[in-house]
Design a protein around this ligand. Structure first.
Ligand SMILES: Cc1cc2nc3c(=O)[nH]c(=O)nc-3n(C[C@H](O)[C@H](O)[C@H](O)COP(=O)(O)OP(=O)(O)OC[C@H]3O[C@@H](n4cnc5c(N)ncnc54)[C@H](O)[C@@H]3O)c2cc1C
Ligand code: SF4
Length: 319
């Protein structure tokens, strides 16, 4: 690990200002992703700004009937919150399917959204990777890419976004509240937060350098049955090959978002109108234009089968 300096920030404004003052700075929250990247010298910040002391560690009701989740709320706390379990069960289930109890106790809401891909070549500094070193090439294309994206990828990068929580947040139409380095605040719908890889896979979100996430806001509860189904190579402590987050109403209408298939949580609202026609029609619309590799073509079938399992579970009234 390379040497770095460290400071604790007491307010979001202080954190944002410190970022502007110090070249090569990064925010650190739980550190469960960033510290690993630093140890492997994939990311080598010159300065760490610890945001654990800025507040924003509570879950509060909003005037609109939703919830405002502070950026520093731990994944374990969020999953266990009685309001989340009752009204946003899909979020609680997605969180509990991720990582381990120990990691969830440390990992934060903002850090989870901004965690980096798990592409093995991204983690191997001996291999070309456009996301790690722009312009160096993509080792996954033509390499081992069983875990990689089947849709929305580019000739520069076929990585997936690894977060389970982000899939549920996308399903629920969450918004991200931020503070920019100049103190300006903005609200970003999560549908607009993540970029497709295109020619610049190292730019993963629309956040500007030094833009701090302060909260994530959930709209009013949707009601209905909440299901999160994660398919992975082993039963726990593994990232999703494919996951489906769904909210299904008693009349059979609903929403579904898919994880493990793209550079961002994948949701196609037009596909949701086909829910009543079953998983095959819905999966075809969700993954229209998919370009899987030889190794990961199974994911296209897996999405359809996972959706099918989710719809069947909904008919039986359970997750
Ligand atoms: C072994 C292992 C297994 C895992 N399994 C899963 C899994 O199955 N599913 C899953 O979803 N996740 C999994 N994870 C990932 C884990 O959920 C993330 O590491 C964690 O959520 C990151 O949160 P953090 O607070 O520790 O982020 P950090 O490591 O502190 O930060 C991550 C990134 O977010 C930025 N950041 C943090 N806070 C802010 C802020 N407020 N504003 C702007 N930028 C910010 C940091 O600069 C950094 O770039 C796993 C991790 C490990 C190590
Ligand atoms: S898929 Fe993306 S992250 Fe993986 S090697 Fe290619 S450019 Fe890097």
């Amino acid at each position: 690990m390379k040497a770095f300096t460290y400071q604790r920030a007491a307010t979001p404004a202080a954190a944002a200002e410190a970022f502007v003052r110090t070249p090569g700075a990064r925010f650190i929250a739980g550190g469960t992703n960033l510290l690993d990247l630093m140890k492997l010298e994939i990311d080598s910040p010159a300065h760490l700004i610890d945001v654990n002391g800025i507040g924003f560690d509570q879950i509060e009701a909003t005037q609109e009937g939703g919830l405002r989740i502070g950026a520093l709320v731990r994944n374990a706390h969020l999953a266990a919150d009685a309001r989340v379990r009752k009204d946003y069960g899909v979020l609680s289930r997605a969180l509990l399917s991720g990582a381990s109890g120990q990691l969830r106790n440390r990992a934060t809401t903002a850090g989870n959204l901004l965690q980096r891909t798990r592409c093995a070549y991204f983690y191997d500094t001996n291999q070309p990777c456009n996301k790690r070193v722009p312009g160096s090439g993509c080792s996954a294309i033509g390499g081992v890419n069983r875990q990689h994206a089947v849709i929305g990828a580019s000739g520069a990068c076929i990585a997936t976004h690894p977060s389970d929580m982000a899939v549920a947040m996308r399903l629920l139409d969450a918004s991200v509240e931020t503070m920019r380095a100049d103190g300006a605040r903005r609200v970003i719908p999560i549908a607009d937060l993540y970029r497709q890889p295109g020619e610049t896979p190292h730019l993963e979100t629309v956040l500007q350098p030094g833009e701090l996430i302060t909260s994530v806001v959930l709209p009013r509860p949707l009601g209905g049955l909440h299901i999160y189904r994660k398919v992975r190579d082993r039963a726990s402590y593994a990232f999703a090959l494919v996951s489906v987050a769904a909210v299904i109403q008693p009349d059979g209408t609903g929403r579904a978002a898919v994880g493990g298939v793209a550079h961002k949580p994948w949701r196609v609202e037009a596909a949701e109108a086909l829910m009543g026609r079953g998983a095959t029609a819905m999966a075809a619309a969700l993954l229209a234009g998919a370009r899987p590799t030889e190794q990961n073509a199974f994911k296209v079938t897996l999405v359809e089968r996972t959706l099918s399992a989710v719809l069947a579970a909904a008919k039986q009234g359970g997750a």
